[in-house]
Design a protein around this ligand. Structure first.
Ligand code: SF4
Length: 383
């Protein structure tokens, strides 16, 4: 498995908690931007060499807000991109995801989507409390979110993923429980739920500094997480990654490839790439500069060669987040026997306390108890 990520950095307005790279540039920039992405795809074709036809790489349009792309820009991306490199081998089995905001999901937008090979939609709902949505400066209401899910399902898009946030200012446990229940009632097959982070530089962080909002207390966040695990389990979902839940057969293949360290090519301003070995790169976070540079056949990016310790730490962090866990044999193969001994030693106390388990096939996995303190465990196992 390998992935192609395409960053669509346009947002109509900024949500208070968000620190992703996006811009509120007018729509006139969309077509030139999409053309630059196709051009980047063209001159990085050699990097796609590992993505054989058989592997059927996943494609993920993330943002920003990909559903903000005009009809013209969205169709151009797939029509032009289709003639290039791996996109020309698109098969219906491939997972091709677009991120959408509920207020963009209209019958007209779905009609445009039908003309693309997209077969999965990931929608940021975040909460079904309209007061909270307004405070976060989300552009949609809870009704719009529920209606968007219905419209997509009626149009045949059943492979849907919904994002929720917990630990929001003013959110109570019962309200979060109701949100999860209402989402599960819609029969979506995939749910991602994240604890709110106060990222430096965001308006929400500033509000926190000024005392205008309060951080949810830890106990409440843990109760939300526990409720989430219970309700999704009852609904027949597997908890396959710390923040991700799916019905059988509906795991996100694209995100799973990030967690297992497989290569991915990131296209567009602010997109990251990884060669599956030691090289990671990221494109500049500036749409205008990106378009200018790509026009001169230059890729505006920074490259980083990862050292062994960084690679090991990332492996620990990403694999332990998954339900498959971290393979001790793979650690030894990649980083030597010493590192395996170190890892086993560091894991000991967590195993004795029932926070980690060593499976029959030699994988270290977080237990339910361990999931609540995963950050502490992961940092203990790092070097
Ligand atoms: S729509 Fe998404 S990417 Fe844009 S500001 Fe809001 S959370 Fe961030």
């Amino acid at each position: 498995m390998a992935g192609i990520y395409i960053h669509i950095p346009f947002c109509r307005s900024r949500c208070t908690y968000c620190d992703f790279y996006s811009t509120a540039l007018p729509p006139v920039w969309q077509v030139p931007y999409v053309r630059a992405v196709c051009r980047e795809m063209e001159f990085r074709e050699s990097e796609f060499s590992e993505f054989s036809e058989k592997l059927e790489p996943t494609i993920y349009l993330g943002g920003g807000t990909p559903s903000q792309l005009s009809r013209e820009a969205l169709l151009e991306l797939f029509e032009k991109g289709r003639q290039l490199s791996r996109l020309s081998h698109l098969s219906p089995r491939q997972e091709i995801t677009i991120e959408a905001n509920p207020d963009d999901v209209t019958p007209e937008w779905i009609e445009t989507l039908k003309r693309t090979p997209v077969n999965r939609v990931s929608m940021g709902v975040q909460s079904l409390d309209d007061n909270i949505l307004r405070a976060l400066r989300r552009r949609h209401t809870s009704q719009q979110a529920l209606h968007a899910i219905k419209l997509l399902q009626e149009a045949g898009y059943h492979n849907l993923s919904i994002d929720l946030i917990y630990g929001l200012p003013g959110q109570r446990l019962q309200a979060f429980r109701d949100d999860v229940c209402r989402m599960l009632d819609t029969d979506i097959p995939h749910l991602s739920a994240y604890a709110l982070q106060f990222e430096q530089g965001t308006p929400l962080y500033e509000q926190l500094q000024k005392g205008q909002v309060e951080e949810a207390d830890e106990e409440l966040s843990l109760s939300c997480y526990e409720t989430l695990m219970d309700l999704t389990h009852k609904a027949g979902m597997e908890h396959y990654e710390i923040s991700n839940f799916a019905r059988p057969g509906f795991r996100s293949r694209h995100n799973s490839s990030y967690w297992t360290g497989t290569p991915y090519v990131g296209l567009g301003a602010g997109a990251h790439s990884y060669d599956g070995h030691k090289l990671r790169s990221s494109n500049c976070e500036d749409v205008k500069q990106y378009i200018r540079n790509i026009g001169e056949d230059k890729r505006p990016c920074e490259q980083e060669v990862l050292d062994e310790d960084t690679l090991y730490n990332e492996m620990v962090m990403l694999r332990l987040r998954t339900c498959e866990g971290l393979s001790l044999e793979e650690v030894e193969d990649r980083y030597g026997k010493e590192r395996r001994i170190y890892l086993t030693k560091m894991a000991q106390s967590h195993m004795q306390a029932g926070r980690l388990t060593n499976t029959a096939d030699g994988h270290l996995c977080l237990t339910r108890r361990g999931l609540f303190v995963s950050d502490d465990i992961i940092s203990d196992l790092m070097v």
